[in-house]
Design a protein around this ligand. Structure first.
Ligand code: HEC
Ligand code: HEC
Length: 440
């Protein structure tokens, strides 16, 4: 499945390096190889919906329905070039590709987090004319104690601290928060096509070093039942379609048949009275197109996979125990809806399971069955291209890691042994491991 891309990249490598970089910057945007001509229109229509800016109702525009409360005007603003968002550098900078989930202790009727009574499940910083935005999450960084790696290299860390300012609907009171950057959105159809049975098998396997891993079980709003979760930082969404409709209403304020209600709480009277662009605002045909688009974006192909240092790093990755969560190989099952994702051997470097990652990474906010310490193993495919495509090198759920090494050193809980081995590894072997990650 990678051959076309690889050929394209070899070609690109023969021309000027600047052009090769230009091509690589688009590496998260290609359809899966083999997309039929008859499907291209749907793919590009979905892409258009993902990229366009939505406008306030009433308007003659098909892209009407923004708000009343929202975070950004378009999906792509938090998923630049289909890649990841970033966190602000300090409290005065707005969250441009990041959001803060909110809840109060307890569970909602569907088993999910219990929404804050005045602010809902997520802070919507923006409002349309006449509807005050909810306020702003000011993020500051706290430097933590440096540690020393084998060979003497010193590494320091930063952890985020959130303060709510300009709150429009009263004091926040006791609230659980989870700041999260936009996640990359390529390869998701392939991840959706990995059978539930594979996830359950991996969860049940006996793993070394105290690694466990389990599935999250979440509410499927269409099937009206609890199912295995696989999208979102805590596997808190059951499938792509619901993830997309959830983002539409939660991040943009656009309703769909899956989520027909605007995200106004009882305290938000102006929000409730604001005009709507229709019931629902997003047609099923448009939701279909967005789902088709996101299901059919290819993961990027690897670079320099045969480089000796990269190969040495790949062996390190296995021997340090990284691969017991970041699975180098999975097999997708049959899939009639999105045939290009069916029966593929993929290299996502994830098990899609949630793991206890320790107190250092904990957000303290349960999400369905995931605890405040549990996070889904993120896929690592394409991770080496983040600096080129997204022009930053922030990693982990809140972007606290400023490079790949910091991301590894934040690992705790079930990944404690792997982290300790990394700390104790010789500098040149650590360099090889990082070179391997950069090749993904
Ligand atoms: C304000 C920033 C923001 C906007 C706007 C936004 N997203 Fe996201 N997106 C996120 C964050 C944060 C996550 C992680 C969510 C979580 O963990 O619950 C995410 C996760 C996702 C995922 C899951 C990726 C994975 O690996 O599980 C998909 C798909 C997605 N968004 C699609 C969309 C679509 C479609 C839109 C437009 C309707 C959109 N996003 C708008 C921030 C944003
Ligand atoms: C117990 C399972 C587990 C093990 C073992 C593990 N990881 Fe992870 N890894 C995770 C989880 C879960 C996260 C996400 C944590 C977060 O965002 O707070 C993560 C995040 C990462 C990230 C950042 C990814 C991103 O998209 O931001 C990198 C890089 C990474 N791991 C590399 C490694 C390496 C290298 C090793 C071995 C030294 C390793 N991991 C071992 C579970 C694991």
């Amino acid at each position: 499945m990678r051959r076309n891309l690889l050929a394209a990249m070899l070609l690109a490598a023969c021309v000027l390096p600047a052009q090769a970089d230009d091509a690589l910057r688009e590496a998260y945007t290609h359809p899966l190889p083999g997309l039929a001509d008859s499907d291209r229109e749907t793919f590009f229509r979905g892409r258009g919906l993902f990229r366009q800016s939505w406008v306030v109702a009433p308007a003659e525009d098909r892209a009407a329905g923004l708000g009343p409360l929202y975070n950004r005007l378009s999906c792509i603003s938090c998923h630049q070039k289909n890649g990841r968002g970033r966190s602000p550098d300090g409290p005065d900078e707005r969250m441009l590709s990041m959001l803060v989930r909110l809840s109060v202790p307890g569970k909602a009727a569907d088993g999910g987090p219990k929404a804050h009574p005045a602010y809902g499940g997520q802070l919507n910083e923006e409002g349309i004319a006449g509807v005050p935005g909810e306020g702003r999450a000011a993020l500051s960084w706290v430097e933590t104690k440096p540690i020393t790696l084998a060979g003497g290299e010193k590494v320091s860390f930063r952890r985020p601290q959130i303060r709510f300012v300009e709150l429009a609907y009263g004091p926040m009171g006791k609230v659980l928060t989870s700041p999260r950057i936009g996640q990359p959105v390529y390869g998701l159809g392939l991840l959706e096509a990995v059978p539930d049975a594979t996830l359950l098998t991996m969860a049940a396997e006996n793993k070394a070093d105290g690694v466990r891993g389990r599935v999250n079980r979440v509410w499927d709003a269409a099937a009206k039942q609890t199912v295995i979760g696989r999208f979102g930082f805590k596997s808190n969404q059951p499938n792509l379609r619901q993830q997309i409709a959830g983002a539409m209403v939660g991040d943009l304020g656009i309703t769909s048949t899956l989520f027909p209600d605007e995200n106004c709480t009882p305290a938000q009277k102006a929000c409730q009275k604001a005009p709507s662009a229709g019931h629902p605002e997003l047609s099923d045909a448009d939701l279909d197109a967005m789902e088709f688009y996101l299901a059919n974006i290819a993961p990027p192909s690897r670079r320099n996979a045969d480089d000796p240092q990269v190969r040495a790093g790949e062996r390190q990755f296995a021997s340090l125990g990284c691969a017991s969560c970041h699975r180098p190989e999975l097999q997708t099952g049959p899939n009639q809806r999105f045939p290009l994702t069916a029966n593929q051997r993929i290299a996502p470097y994830t098990d899609l399971l949630i793991h206890d990652m320790g107190q250092g990474l904990a957000d303290g906010r349960p999400d369905f069955q995931a605890t405040g310490r549990e996070w889904r193993t993120p896929p690592l495919w394409g991770i080496g291209l983040v600096p080129l495509v997204n022009e930053h090198s922030q990693f982990l759920h809140d972007g606290r890691a400023r490079n790949l090494q910091e991301a590894i050193l934040w690992h705790g809980g079930e990944a404690r042994t792997a982290r300790q081995r990394y700390v104790a590894t010789k500098p040149e072997a650590r360099k090889a491991l990082l070179a391997f990650l950069e090749s993904l």
